[in-house]
Design a binder for this molecule. Structure first.
Ligand SMILES: *Cc1c(COP(=O)(O)O)cnc(C)c1O
Length: 371
């Protein structure tokens, strides 16, 4: 059995390869948990929470069911509710917006910088109203948001800062890991993320004891003591099997990030100067973990078909910005910077991952060059 597809094709991301590389450790973890017979809120979760908090340079971590729940539970823990506004980037995965809507608050889109695709602090300041309670900067595509200007605005305007770090496990801003930069952070361990499990999973990370206490109640039926329910909680817990798998994945995360950085370096070096192509840039102090390598091309659809016909799979993040999605289009008609819509027609994500072979990267490079 081999983890690699035929050399003629390049998949966007090879998920099976993560299992093949770590097979023995993952199988041992599976047997350990099955034989222990403790499947929810047990020792694997507690160990992972400690390990991941430490990794992020934060005091606390709590495993939850998925990344969307991590965001939602943080908003609830901060008592953000109907009548409140929460600032979100106009270009992000829709989960960032859905979390805000699910607590009854209004997501208010903020334009992103055309260089980093991350939230623009100037636009952020303009979007603050007396109803604004929080801001959710998203470390999109693996690159940390330039946090200092955002934290300064948040301090002045008394806003809570929730990092959406679902795409940026281990990314650093002036040497500090994401997850420790705001009041709290939400992570996703969806299989395709840099730190992924083998099902759904997520976590909240924070230095704030009160926020963590609230999330701990809310994720478990509002209960601290069995059958005593003090809040209108939900059921959103990271199970023991996923926690055990994540402990193994966390050990190799930095090494796998280095491999992503090598792929990104090759793309940057070999594709610089290609006509009509815009390559991603890293802002000062920001080290991306390259969850995605996103380029811009005026004939994006043409380039995507050209690559697909030759066996290279690419994706678009995201083909429809949240405000144009069915869920939001009525509410947000004509309300978002048309710049975002123009950008989203040009974006293309090239194959990226820790298991991309050099010959695969080279194939992508030569095809983009010959397009
Ligand atoms: C994946 C993702 C989420 C949601 O995570 P799930 O685990 O799929 O619920 C939230 N925000 C961003 C930016 C994401 O990429």
């Amino acid at each position: 059995m081999t983890s690699n597809p035929p050399s003629s094709s390049v998949p966007f991301l090879d998920l099976k390869a993560t299992y093949f590389e770590l097979r023995e450790d993952l199988n041992n973890a599976y047997h350990r948990v099955m034989e222990r017979g403790h499947f929810i809120l047990g020792p694997e979760l507690e160990a992972f929470e400690n390990e991941f908090a430490k990794y992020c340079g934060a005091r606390f971590c709590l495993g939850v069911g998925n990344g969307l729940d991590a965001l939602t539970l943080l908003l609830r823990a901060m008592k953000i509710r109907s009548g409140d506004e929460v600032l979100v980037p106009s270009n992000t995965f829709i989960a960032t917006w859905l979390a805000v809507s699910s607590v009854g608050a209004v997501p208010v889109p903020v334009a992103v910088k055309p260089t980093t695709y991350n939230m623009d602090p100037t636009a952020l300041l303009k979007a603050v109203t007396p109803k604004t309670r929080a801001v959710i900067p998203v470390h999109l595509y693996g690159q940390p948001v330039e946090m200092d200007p955002i934290l300064q605005i948040a301090r002045e305007k008394k806003l809570m800062v929730i990092e959406d770090a679902a795409q940026a496990h281990g990314a650093t801003y002036f040497g500090k890991r994401v997850g420790s930069l705001g009041d709290a952070a939400a992570f996703s361990f969806y299989p395709g993320k840099n730190l992924g499990c083998y099902g759904d999973g997520g976590a909240v990370v924070s230095n704030n004891e009160e926020i963590i206490h609230q999330v701990k109640l809310l994720r478990n039926y509002g209960s601290e003591k069995r059958y005593h329910h003090d809040e209108l909680g939900i059921n959103s817990r990271l199970d023991e099997l996923q926690a055990a798998f994540l402990r193994i994945r966390l050990k190799v995360l930095d090494e796998w990030t280095q491999r992503r950085k090598q792929v990104a370096r090759t793309y940057q070096e070999q594709l610089s100067g290609v006509k009509n192509l815009k390559l991603p840039t890293e802002a000062p102090g920001c080290e991306s973990v390259w969850h995605l390598f996103v380029i811009e091309h005026p004939d994006r659809d043409g380039l995507q078909s050209y690559l697909a016909e030759r066996g290279v799979q690419t994706l678009i993040h995201y083909p429809v910005p949240p405000h144009l999605s069915g869920a939001y289009s009525q509410q947000f008609q004509n309300k978002v910077d048309p710049e975002v819509e123009a950008i989203s027609r040009k974006l293309l994500s090239l194959p990226m991952g820790p298991h991309l072979m050099p010959e695969q990267t080279n194939k992508v490079v030569s095809l983009v060059q010959s397009f």
